[in-house]
Design a protein. Structure first.
Length: 137
């Protein structure tokens, strides 16, 4: 039965060995300790960074209506809107976990009536709050 090598040679080994062999034993144990340390400290592969983005709107869309968001990036589409979460009568929010690409978006009432003005932009990982306006026809 063999014993596991220890980090430092035991006194018994050093006493029984000559100076030359004792030095060799110490070097051998030291090399193994360094090798074991290097193996243990290897970095784990890094995961792709995922950021949480929040886009909020402060607007009264009228009783019975809902606010949608369309756009590009973070799973948004210009063809079909995503219903935003109603936080209060005047607050709507949409959250997503996305990669590092920016988000371009625009709000719609009932996924039909587009907000006035240009498209909005948000950096991934940020919170963007806006107050869109709509022209009722």
């Amino acid at each position: 039965m063999t014993k596991k090598p220890t980090k430092k040679p035991t006194k018994k080994i050093v006493k029984n060995a000559t100076k030359k062999t004792a030095k060799k034993a110490v070097k051998k144990v030291a090399k193994k300790a360094v090798k074991a340390t290097k193996t243990a400290t290897k970095k784990a592969p890094t995961k792709k960074k995922v950021l949480k983005s929040t886009i909020a709107a402060r607007v009264d869309v009228g009783f019975g209506n809902n606010l949608y968001i369309r756009g590009e990036g973070a799973g948004l589409s210009w063809d079909v809107g995503i219903l935003m979460k109603n936080l209060s009568p005047y607050e709507w929010a949409w959250e997503t976990k996305s990669t590092s690409k920016p988000i371009e978006y625009k709000f719609l009432i009932n996924d039909e009536l587009w907000a006035n003005g240009e498209n909005q932009f948000a950096k991934s990982g940020d919170t963007s709050i806006s107050a869109p306006t709509f022209t009722w026809g």
